[in-house]
Ligand binder design. Structure first.
Ligand code: CA
Length: 230
């Protein structure tokens, strides 16, 4: 059972969603405007929000940004627009997933289950593993969020640290960009460039280049792996 907020101005779609989600055992509330949605999430705790992009009062993208200003609740965008650039922008602005209308109830349920699993795993995993990861001269302490290379502390951003810790946790294993996106960025869809940019920043902080890799090895079209220098 999940507490679901449906934000949808189309009365027909809204009733159908409420009926199906209630039948599936969820506790559902619904509103028809972005401002009502903001008021609801400020007052009631939800597990997931299903947000229609075409609302009468605010553009869905604006509504999402305002929601993100007050809550971390998972948001699934429901959109009639099949515009890849906009979907990428919304995911970068904090949407957790999206569905293009018309979608089936089964499809919505599957996405909801996945989003809830991720957010619950995130909450349960709030205590990171205490084990210090050691790969060659790299030492990564997930609990203290500190990383060292050959005894010198690395000054990493949150994302760079997560990326390094994830790759170092499975040394020698080639990880696909898609998996990095899902595991480090917690997105099911996005732009490979985002990953490449973060990888290049991380690489610079490790004092290496793509042409002369030591720890970080990119396999074109396949993915990336981290392993101790040979
Ligand atoms: Ca609408």
């Amino acid at each position: 059972m999940a507490r679901v907020l449906v934000v949808e101005d189309d009365q027909f779609v809204r009733s159908a969603l409420i009926r199906h989600l209630t039948d599936a055992g969820h506790a559902v509330r619904s509103v028809g405007t972005a401002l009502e949605a903001l008021r609801e999430v400020a007052q009631v705790g939800f597990d997931v929000v299903i947000l229609d992009l075409g609302l009468p009062d605010l553009d869905g993208g604006e509504a999402l940004k305002m929601l993100r200003g007050i809550t971390d609740v998972p948001v699934i965008i429901a959109t009639a627009r099949d515009d890849e650039a906009e979907i990428v922008r919304l995911l970068n602005d904090g949407a957790d997933d999206y569905l293009t209308k018309p979608f089936s109830v089964e499809h919505l349920s599957a996405r909801m289950t996945a989003v809830l699993r991720r957010s619950r795993a995130g909450a349960a995993g709030a205590e990171p593993p205490s084990r210090v990861i050691q790969v060659g001269g790299l030492s990564i302490d997930p609990l203290r969020r500190q990383a060292e290379l050959d005894g010198t502390a690395l000054d990493l951003t949150r994302r760079e640290f997560d990326l390094l810790a994830f790759l170092a946790g499975r040394p020698g294993v080639v990880v696909a960009r898609k998996e990095l996106l899902a595991e480090v960025w917690q997105q099911s869809y996005g732009d490979d460039q985002t990953i490449d940019v973060h990888l290049s920043w991380l690489r610079r902080k490790l004092g290496e280049t793509a042409a002369k890799p030591r720890y970080l090895h990119t396999l074109r079209g396949v993915g990336v792996k981290l392993e101790p220098p040979q």
